[in-house]
Design a protein around this ligand. Structure first.
Ligand code: HEC
Ligand code: HEC
Length: 206
């Protein structure tokens, strides 16, 4: 008898838990209202994409566990030398060559010195941006399974507050910072989110 009541209660509670997050998600990304709003949204996304695909960001957002080196003068992108990385599931480096054994809390201002932050590690492999199209990055950023289970509002906060993100604007000597500023990038992101977060199609130039 008590067991039966318990089962009924447990069922009821679990059904509540299942329905609640779904309705919360529906309101998180409202559908674009009209073509003009969508065009506005795509314009803001193009700016966000300019930042996300910039070497100061994409160098750490890789799929194969190997950070990239890009953009020193006219240097072509190369994989991080010195046998760094190689295991897609290892974000912090190999024993004996941990990221933090070379990357300190601040970006070096000596030519050829490493950039830094208090913690320095690769982005998880599912957050891959290097070599991906704008449409692919846009789809990834909206997918809670691949964005660290974040809402778009959480991502805007992450841009505003995360130290690794900010490292893109405080590079080591000889490397260009990411375009715009932290506040502008978070602003483009929020404006994009508020216009229904539209994504470009594969064939569009954005
Ligand atoms: C043996 C030392 C060493 C280790 C270990 C190391 N790095 Fe580096 N890293 C460097 C140096 C030195 C530079 C700067 C090179 C330059 O400016 O020419 C650098 C540059 C970088 C850059 C800048 C590239 C760019 O295009 O902005 C990234 C990103 C990076 N490392 C990520 C990592 C990550 C992630 C790890 C751990 C998985 C790691 N590094 C481990 C020495 C190291
Ligand atoms: C040193 C490596 C590194 C650099 C450089 C870096 N990131 Fe990341 N990024 C990470 C890590 C690690 C995570 C995962 C953090 C987490 O989930 O808590 C991440 C996650 C993110 C996320 C969360 C959502 C997602 O799906 O990607 C955003 C947004 C982001 N980074 C933006 C940026 C931007 C913008 C730049 C450049 C201005 C940048 N990052 C540069 C390592 C880096």
């Amino acid at each position: 008898m008590t067991r039966r009541i318990f089962v009924t209660l447990a069922l009821g509670v679990s059904m509540l838990c299942v329905t609640a997050p779904i309705s919360a998600q529906d309101t998180a990304t409202p559908a674009p209202i009209d073509a003009k709003t969508k065009a506005e949204g795509l314009k803001n996304w193009a700016k966000v994409h300019e930042v996300f695909s910039h070497p100061r960001c994409a160098s750490c957002h890789v799929a194969d566990g190997r950070p990239m080196w890009m953009g020193n003068g006219d240097m072509k992108p190369i994989k991080h030398p010195m046998f760094v990385g190689g295991d897609p599931d290892n974000q912090t480096g190999q024993p004996g060559a941990l990221c933090t054994s070379c990357h300190g809390p601040k970006s070096s201002q000596t030519e050829g010195g490493p950039p830094g932050a208090d913690v320095w590690l690769l982005a998880p492999k599912e957050m891959v941006w290097f070599g991906r199209s704008s449409a692919q990055i846009c789809a990834q950023i909206k997918d809670p399974e691949r964005n660290g289970n974040r809402t778009l509002a959480d991502i805007s906060t992450h841009i505003r507050e995360d130290e690794l993100v900010h490292s893109g604007w405080k590079p080591s000597k000889g490397r260009d910072p990411a375009p715009y500023s932290i506040a502008q990038t978070a602003g483009f992101f929020t404006a994009w989110m508020n216009t229904g977060a539209p994504c470009p199609t594969e064939s569009s130039s954005e």
